[in-house]
Write a protein that binds this ligand. Structure first.
Ligand SMILES: [Zn+2]
Length: 160
């Protein structure tokens, strides 16, 4: 016979921040987004290269540390994980069911920071683009996005 509480409700586990970290899906997502040189980044760089772009990946001195950069042509590109960077209306950007309020605040702070970094880069004269993880997963979408971005950079002539 199962134990029942006097008030008839099922006992619940109190939510503590460690739950979020211990939850397998959450820790997996966190691990994925904190890394450099992720699979989406590699695929994006491969597409850029295939379409004739030349670039560097080390941009520690630039706002937001863009994942790919060409200083001569003054463009910078971010490859964003959909969860960590809070991609709007994206199936990959789910909110964890534990510590939901904490996560909402955290992900909103990430979005605000991302927007600020893009603005700072644009103020430095860079053409900036964000490629999302869910776009990278679809090769035709990735190709179209990268090609459009490079075309725009060509039009602008890359003067900073
Ligand atoms: Zn997405």
């Amino acid at each position: 016979m199962k134990a029942a509480r006097a008030d008839g409700r099922r006992p619940t586990v109190p939510a503590v921040p460690m739950n979020a970290i211990a939850e397998p899906s959450t820790s997996l997502r966190m691990r994925r987004v904190r890394q450099r040189n992720t699979e989406p980044e590699r695929l994006t760089r491969r597409m850029l290269f295939a379409l004739g772009a030349r670039f560097r990946t080390c941009a520690r001195d630039l706002p937001g540390r863009p994942d790919v950069v060409n200083r001569t042509r003054a463009w910078a590109l971010f490859v964003h994980g959909c969860f960590w960077h809070g991609h709007a209306r994206c199936r990959l950007a789910t909110i964890p069911k534990t510590n939901t309020r904490w996560w909402l605040a955290k992900l909103e702070a990430n979005r605000i920071r991302d927007r600020r970094k893009v603005r700072e880069l644009r103020n430095l004269g860079f053409l900036v683009e964000v490629i999302w993880q869910c776009e990278v997963e679809r090769p035709s979408v990735l190709r179209r996005r990268v090609a459009a971005f490079l075309a725009r950079s060509q039009e602008l002539g890359g003067t900073r």
